[in-house]
Ligand binder design. Sequence first.
Ligand code: ZN
Length: 203
Amino acid sequence: MEIKNLKSEYLESNIFVCKNGNSCVVVDAGVEPKLVKQAVGNLKVMAVLLTHGHYDHAMHALDYAKMFDCKIYASGFAKDELLDPAKNYGESFKLNSFEDFVFLRNNGKIELGDFEIQYLSTPGHCKSSLCFLLNNHLFAGDTLFDNGIGRTDLYGSSKEEMISSLEKLDAFEFEICHSGHGEDSEFARQKRNIKAFIRFLKR
Ligand SMILES: [Zn+2]
């Protein structure tokens, strides 16, 4: 799998175009549609995956779905956030149409063409936080960064849930972690970090 990373103007949120053969999936939707189109080229886009419902990760999701004629996969909790700028932190960003969405619950697997995508519900930063695992690559959204974890002082945040989500990730195998902001990080480093973050949150 080949992965391209683009950064948005808004809080430098990351999006990732993950290529497998002639198709790809796009993780998150904070980057201008025309730049994503350039990165996608002739590939068939199988899905847009949203790591959570904050505007800097979700604001162009509908544009991508229309442009690439595909579905958006997000947590069922994202709807509440996407309906209300006070909950998704966009100045005036809100969605009123959800027909292009497939809402996910708990943990599970999505099979789309050559892609097998595992998803894990990891609330803590917000209710709708999901992590996706594709071919040993973990897409962690704002749950886990190279050198930190997501804020837990926002709408729907919970320190207790963040602790159990990190414990879930601690039991998970992956090679590389791609976060919602900042740089990629390796498994061994994240394993050390996760344990330290859990200790820190439990103080
Ligand atoms: Zn966020």
